[in-house]
Design a protein around this ligand. Structure first.
Ligand SMILES: Cc1ncc(COP(=O)(O)O)c(C=O)c1O
Ligand SMILES: [Zn+2]
Length: 412
């Protein structure tokens, strides 16, 4: 790697312009509470980043290192995250009447979710600023990812999860040696308390919409564009909870366009579960803020934040991108999970099936046309939450003897 891999990045509030140092444990604007974002000196980055250089680099997210905020290559904590396939889904597309459907398979990251991109940048930055510990509050995937990257960095990892977090994710945290507690309280309330305590506890927080997480996760857009020959798709549909990732995906496409690497940006589909769709409902009502959901209830446990901290930012992106907020019932989500597996062989957790369930509605409503190029983000693996899938699949046929095998094998 080169000696300097990012230039003059700083934390900025996109609403009021407040600036903070990149090294601060700062996540939101002190004036307007808007999430801070990393801004770069456009000309310096433009000079440093050259797509011709990519030919000599491995296909993981650090191939875009000049566009990330970590300065010292020795700070980088990586498990070769990113570089996930963009699967052309011909059979599934055919079932839906879509000419070009692509699945960005984020389940193939090191801890089997998209969170690894953000954890890699976040934990690298924690190393760079000399933090002794990292951590987050999480519905599962993010904490499982943080535990792995903290272990890789040799840092302590502090995690708090809501009581009902699936065991497939809990075990990932424990096996990596994280300090883990669960508590019976709403996700967003736990997160707020965690962030408030993080500076005094010396824990560098890399939560769902922290600036460093957004930086790592924006690289999915760089990859999608590169995999499409430096073109933006017509639509990207993102399963959304805190809206940290939705913001990250948009930031990625925005940076590409600003640097002249792509000619346009996609329209953004914000996909939520009907049992917890505060952003979609607020967008449809034309509100200028997101009304929290008093009673979240969905099988898609990964997207169950009822008071999304980046909800306001997501409303702005929906408007700017001429996007669409859509939601799907638990039944539709499980149906989509099965359809994805049967048509393309990809087994994702319920949250990651929500974009497909929402796409079906968007096609039925004529929001998406059959000749548009659509990318769905498959954010997490189905093996992390098998209880959810078991509610909708059958059970194995029990043969009472080997003599029944020939009949079973020939049956259609
Ligand atoms: C599988 C999966 N998909 C989507 C999301 C939503 O991401 P965000 O909270 O950034 O909106 C999460 C969040 O944890 C998740 O675990
Ligand atoms: Zn501000």
């Amino acid at each position: 790697m080169r000696a300097v891999i990012a230039l003059s990045p700083r934390l900025v509030c996109s609403r009021c312009g407040e600036e903070r140092l990149i090294s601060e444990y700062a996540y939101r604007c002190s004036r307007c509470d808007y999430p801070l974002e990393v801004h770069y000196d456009h000309d310096e980055v433009y000079e440093a980043f050259n797509i011709e250089d990519l030919a000599d680099r491995g296909f993981d997210m650090w191939r875009y290192r000049e566009l990330l905020p970590v300065r010292d290559p020795s700070s980088v904590v990586s498990l070769q995250e990113g570089g996930t396939p963009l699967v052309r889904a011909g059979r599934l597309g055919g079932e839906l009447g879509l000419e070009e459907l692509c699945l960005k398979d984020e389940t193939r990251n090191p801890t089997w979710s998209f969170k690894d991109r953000g954890s890699s940048v976040g934990v690298s930055m924690a190393v760079e600023v000399g933090a002794g510990a990292v951590g987050c509050v999480s519905s599962g995937n993010m904490a499982a990812s943080m535990a792995a990257y903290a272990a890789r960095a040799g840092l302590r990892c502090v995690i708090v999860v809501p009581r009902k977090t699936p065991m497939g994710k809990i075990v990932q945290m424990l096996v990596c040696g994280a300090s883990l507690a669960s508590v019976e309280a709403p996700y967003h309330v736990i997160t707020r308390a965690f962030i408030e305590n993080s500076v005094s506890a010396g824990v560098y927080s890399v939560h769902n919409d922290s600036p460093m997480r957004v930086e790592g996760q924006k690289t999915v857009s760089f990859e999608v564009a590169e995999q499409l020959g430096w073109e933006s798709p017509d639509w990207v549909i993102v399963p959304t909870s805190s809206a940290g990732n939705f913001s990250a995906v948009w930031k990625g496409f925005t940076e590409l366009e600003a640097r002249g690497l792509t000619a346009g940006r996609p329209r953004m589909g914000l996909a939520q579960a009907a049992g917890n769709a505060p952003i979609v409902r607020s967008f449809r009502k034309g509100l200028d803020h997101v009304e929290p959901n008093p009673n979240p209830k969905t099988i898609a446990s990964g997207i169950s934040n009822p008071d999304p901290p980046s909800g306001l930012r997501a409303l702005g992106i929906l408007r700017e991108s001429r996007g669409c907020g859509e939601m799907a019932s638990d039944e539709e989500i499980l149906e989509a999970q099965g359809q994805l597996a049967r048509a393309e062989g990809l087994f994702v957790e319920p949250a990651a099936a929500v974009p497909l369930a929402c796409l079906k509605r968007m096609l039925a409503d004529g929001v998406v046309a059959g000749d548009e190029r659509v990318v769905l983000l498959l954010t997490g693996s189905g093996l992390k939450d098998i209880d959810a899938a078991l509610t909708s699949v059958g059970r194995p046929v029990e043969l009472s003897s080997l003599g029944e095998m020939a009949g079973f094998m020939g049956a259609r």
